[in-house]
Design a protein around this ligand. Structure first.
Ligand SMILES: [Zn+2]
Length: 172
């Protein structure tokens, strides 16, 4: 069997084919040096356009993940983050890329937050940037007795809803 450690060596030694894809076994989150992995390229059925794995790969539980260009980019990114040619860093970045379809901005990066968490954080930033409400003028929204934020005729909540076209997500 071939392991992930050997695969990284083959890529570093330029023994891989430009057409190759990385095939791995198991859950990408568990990808380690001793995980069974291999390089190979799929054929495509001319009639159905279906991907046909290299011979024997399916029997070994191997499935395709990322192509050679992406692998090269992962290893280059890892070497830059590590400041040296470090296979542990390469493994780390490849694992992250397969899981999240993105490069980490540091080694051993935590999982990225789910999209809704990121959106809430951006909303909070937007709201904070509006500054305090000026109570000398009241919000133009009917029935609202709050002050207005800078450069707006609305309070924080109603300014948000007028600009973002969706409900204000906070309690304050
Ligand atoms: Zn208001």
């Amino acid at each position: 069997m071939t392991t992930m450690a050997q695969v990284i060596q083959r890529i570093r030694n330029r023994e891989a084919d430009r057409e190759d894809w990385l095939y791995i076994t198991g859950d990408a989150a568990e990808l380690a040096f001793d995980t069974e992995a291999d390089l190979g390229y799929p054929e495509f059925d001319e009639d159905t356009d279906e991907e046909i794995d290299p011979p024997g790969f399916a029997e070994r539980g191997l499935r395709s993940t990322i192509d050679m260009t992406t692998l090269d980019d992962c290893i280059e990114a890892a070497d830059q983050l590590a400041g040296t040619k470090d296979d542990a860093a390469a493994l780390d970045v490849i694992r992250y890329y397969i899981r999240f379809d993105a490069w980490p901005n540091m080694l051993n990066a935590p999982d990225p937050p789910p999209p809704e968490v990121t959106l809430l954080r951006l909303d909070r930033e937007f709201v904070e940037n509006l500054g305090a409400e000026d109570n000398a003028r009241s919000c133009n929204k009917e029935g609202c007795d709050r002050g207005v934020v800078s450069l707006s005729v609305f309070c924080r909540r109603h300014h948000f809803e007028s600009v973002r076209k969706r409900p204000y997500p906070f309690e304050d």
